[in-house]
Design a protein around this ligand. Structure first.
Ligand SMILES: [Zn+2]
Length: 152
């Protein structure tokens, strides 16, 4: 049997664990928000597009994501898989291609591929650069089966 004093020392530990749990849960939610918002936008765009055509099945949605968007591909795919359940998009695969960041130097005119988000000209080391690629998300193609196809 525990004495009263032993129970008292256990109490603060328990509270600490509880707080940690809430903090972790919150940070996961914040982290997922960005990807979930993007997944929702892709979903809305694709649904709108396929409803205009006579699409009976969607196989895959091919997207290009600029590295500057800092999207976690796994989180995005996870969010998307939840959104499409029970919708006309169910079963569709989200194929993600990452587009590297490219910048044009405003001082020497050179084009550089940016690594580790370090916006710097690779030729003259100037920071006076303009991002010209790798900042957008685009749906490049949607592979579908339409009503007019030969498939039964
Ligand atoms: Zn330069």
């Amino acid at each position: 049997m525990w004495s009263y004093s032993q129970i008292e020392t256990l109490k603060p530990l328990f509270i600490l664990v509880k707080i940690l749990y809430i903090v972790v849960l919150k940070s996961i939610l914040v982290f997922e928000m960005h990807e979930l918002g993007i997944a929702q936008q892709i979903f809305d765009t694709v649904l709108d597009a396929v409803q205009r055509e006579k699409v009976i099945r969607i196989y895959s949605i091919n997207i290009n994501i600029g590295e500057l968007m800092a999207v976690d591909a796994e989180s995005l795919q996870f969010g998307f898989s939840i959104l499409i359940e029970g919708t006309p998009l169910a079963g569709a695969v989200l194929a993600i291609r990452t587009v590297p960041i490219k910048a044009l130097c405003n001082d020497c005119g050179a084009e550089s591929v940016i690594e580790h988000y370090n916006l710097l000209c690779s030729r003259c080391k100037s920071r006076n650069v303009t991002v010209i690629d790798g900042k957008d998300l685009t749906i490049s193609s949607i592979e579908v089966d339409t009503n007019g196809s030969h498939n039964a």
